[in-house]
Design a protein around this ligand. Structure first.
Ligand SMILES: NC(=O)C1=CN([C@@H]2O[C@H](COP(=O)(O)OP(=O)(O)OC[C@H]3O[C@@H](n4cnc5c(N)ncnc54)[C@H](O)[C@@H]3O)[C@@H](O)[C@H]2O)C=CC1
Ligand SMILES: [Mg+2]
Ligand SMILES: [Zn+2]
Length: 231
């Protein structure tokens, strides 16, 4: 195989696991290439966690081959998960992008939206990347305002999830509606509506924290058993 670089990842079921980054996709007997999204839908949670980790390490190392400060070829630092510049000594650790995701509610109704690239009919919670200088709570307020023009109150942290598409760390919140009419952000939001908990549209994958936030609130309001977050 045309191996570009090899990363030792750890072990799985007692066996050592390595990630081989190939120069190009080659045909391998008995194997086929799949996207990480397909694998999320088809794997068990433990396997997907390993694949998500491998994908994030591979993406980070591939995108940090050269030093962003001086342009020199970077090296993997032995004994640490870091890329190191031998010329100017800069270190780059795997990249994580903190992102908030929030379920906005109004009694027995939840605010869900569609982005133009969702599968047909699917509605989800609002999400967005944290910007430099803001707290996650400020990000929740800003993103909801930008994406649907609605004001919220009491943003409350619920749970988090690693989301390897390509390197998000999802910070899940619940917030209450405080005012305003829904105005979808042009281009970003195709449609946004209030849905009754007893009449929800097609929801995102059961693996997602978006789905968990919705199911958790539904369980709490309707007195059902609480879901568990696969993470
Ligand atoms: N696990 C889950 O349940 C869900 C996860 N997500 C993830 O949340 C993240 C944020 O969601 P979006 O609504 O797409 O974000 P968003 O509302 O901030 O808009 C996306 C835009 O942000 C910019 N962007 C891209 N990467 C960035 C980065 N690393 N830092 C700052 N800005 C960046 C680009 O201009 C992009 O078009 C994505 O990674 C998405 O995959 C979104 C919904 C559900
Ligand atoms: Mg968004
Ligand atoms: Zn350098």
């Amino acid at each position: 195989m045309p191996v570009l670089v090899e990363h030792v990842l750890g072990s799985f079921d007692g066996e050592p696991v390595r990630l081989l980054e190939l120069e190009r996709p080659v045909e391998l007997m008995g194997c086929s290439w799949q996207t990480l999204r397909q694998l999320m839908l088809e794997s068990d949670v433990e396997t997907f966690k390993l694949l998500g980790y491998a994908s994030q390490i591979g993406t980070w190392a591939r995108q940090h081959r050269f030093c962003g400060s001086c342009g020199a070829l970077m090296e993997l630092l032995p004994g640490e998960r870091a890329m190191h510049c031998p010329r100017c000594e800069v270190q780059h650790y795997p990249r994580l992008s903190p992102s908030m995701i929030v379920l906005v509610t109004r009694g027995d109704e939840v605010l869900l939206a569609r982005s133009p690239h969702f599968a047909s009919g699917v509605y989800s919670t609002l999400a967005g990347f944290v910007e430099p200088g803001e707290t996650v709570e400020q990000c929740v307020v800003r993103e909801v305002r930008e994406e649907v023009g609605v004001e919220i109150r009491n943003p409350r942290y619920i749970a988090s999830q690693s989301w390897p598409f390509p390197h998000s760390l999802m910070l899940g919140f619940h917030a209450e509606y405080a005012g305003g009419e829904i105005v979808p952000q042009p281009e970003e939001i195709e449609d946004a509506r209030w849905f009754a908990l007893t009449d929800l549209p097609t929801l995102p994958s059961t693996y997602s924290i978006a789905r968990y936030l919705i199911e958790l609130y539904r369980a709490q309001r309707l007195g059902l058993g609480e879901p568990s977050l696969p993470s």
